[in-house]
Write a protein that binds this ligand. Structure first.
Ligand code: SF4
Ligand code: SF4
Ligand code: SF4
Length: 322
């Protein structure tokens, strides 16, 4: 480790390189002398065929013909010399593409396929992810990184619980009693045990319902329908050496409410965090109620405050006893 540090110090001096600055710009120093990994901007992990060809071309021309897919859906080209940065940037510009910034900024959002082609998907994760990237990518936080993610249903493949701000698709079911034939398929489909029969009709325990929509999907006569679809919002999560699970803060947000929540949360983070605190640490220090009062309530969102409305999203006996 000391050897690496010494090497980096010498290289930095010799080449007048600021490695933190380069990392912020999407060029990440490798252990090998003079070599960097170039991280390409891929919101929601979505790229077109032209971009895929370009990544391959850059890997062949400036790297070692290798590509790495990062855990946050970015395409990375390793083994690129800092001497080729300008040429790489120019090559990306030719097709209107760019590197992805790191550092204390709002990072490229991640997302699953969502409702566009995933049968479980309730919401358009890719659509909103692209819009969030367009509006907010690269905004400086003044403190630390800020990650967002979108999952299309409560299975939460994109780990919204581990994001600074995460959004998960939710569906509110509704029974049309006159259409129901009492077949009980919805009761059997509900893994949460939120439905049981009361005579000929299913009744729901809303304290158990996690808004997955399975009862709607299974109903053969459209007696169980969707009353509304939206986003469950979570704040304050992170992974790393000391991970935080996020707090559920509001339910059934519209797309527009997602945008204003991101904007207001970013402002709150910029103003209230200290040093290199992530927003989860700032909330820990100042109290969740302070964030709820400052951010969620003024936006008129459907706030989640009761712990039982948070706990139901977690495995029993596992986490969440705050
Ligand atoms: S979160 Fe839901 S919609 Fe998204 S990939 Fe996972 S199962 Fe599919
Ligand atoms: S939405 Fe999901 S959790 Fe709620 S009642 Fe239907 S199947 Fe059960
Ligand atoms: S699946 Fe549909 S028809 Fe069958 S009990 Fe449930 S709501 Fe009624």
């Amino acid at each position: 480790m000391e050897g690496l540090k010494e090497q980096l110090r010498k290289e930095s001096k010799k080449a007048k390189l600021d490695f933190n600055e380069l990392k912020s710009g999407g060029f990440i120093k490798q252990t090998q002398k003079d070599l960097f990994t170039v991280r390409l901007r891929c919101p929601g992990g979505k790229v077109n065929a032209e971009q895929m060809r370009k990544a391959g071309e850059i890997a062949d021309k400036f790297g070692r013909g290798e590509i790495h897919i990062s855990v946050r859906q970015s395409i990375e080209v390793p083994y690129v010399s800092y001497k080729d940065f300008d040429a790489v940037a120019e090559s990306l510009r030719e097709i209107g593409w760019a590197v992805s910034s790191c550092g204390p900024r709002l990072r490229v959002p991640t997302a699953c396929a969502g409702c566009t082609y995933n049968p479980n998907g309730l919401t358009d994760t890719q659509g909103i992810c692209a819009e969030v990237d367009k509006r907010y990518f690269g905004i400086e936080t003044r403190h630390h990184k800020f990650k967002t993610s979108f999952s299309g249903c409560p299975i939460d493949c994109f780990r919204t619980r581990e994001m600074d701000l995460g959004f998960q698709g939710v569906l509110e079911p509704k029974l049309i009693e006159d259409e129901c034939n009492g077949c009980e398929l919805c009761v059997k489909a509900c893994d949460e045990g939120a439905l049981k029969m009361d005579g000929e009709l299913p009744v729901r325990d809303w304290d158990k319902c996690i808004h997955c929509g399975d009862c709607v999907k299974v109903c053969p006569v459209d007696a169980m329908v969707s009353n509304r679809i939206g986003w469950l919002a979570r704040v304050g999560g992170k992974h790393g050496k000391h991970p935080y699970f996020s707090y559920e803060i509001a339910n059934f947000l519209t797309d527009d409410q997602v945008y204003v929540l991101i904007e207001k949360t970013m402002s709150w983070y910029q103003e209230n965090a200290v040093g290199r605190e992530r927003i989860g640490a700032a909330i820990e220090r100042l109290g969740l109620e302070r964030y709820m009062n400052d951010v969620v309530d003024p936006l008129g969102l459907e706030a989640i405050r009761d712990q039982k409305d948070r706990r139901k999203y977690y495995a029993k006996g596992n986490f969440y006893d705050k």
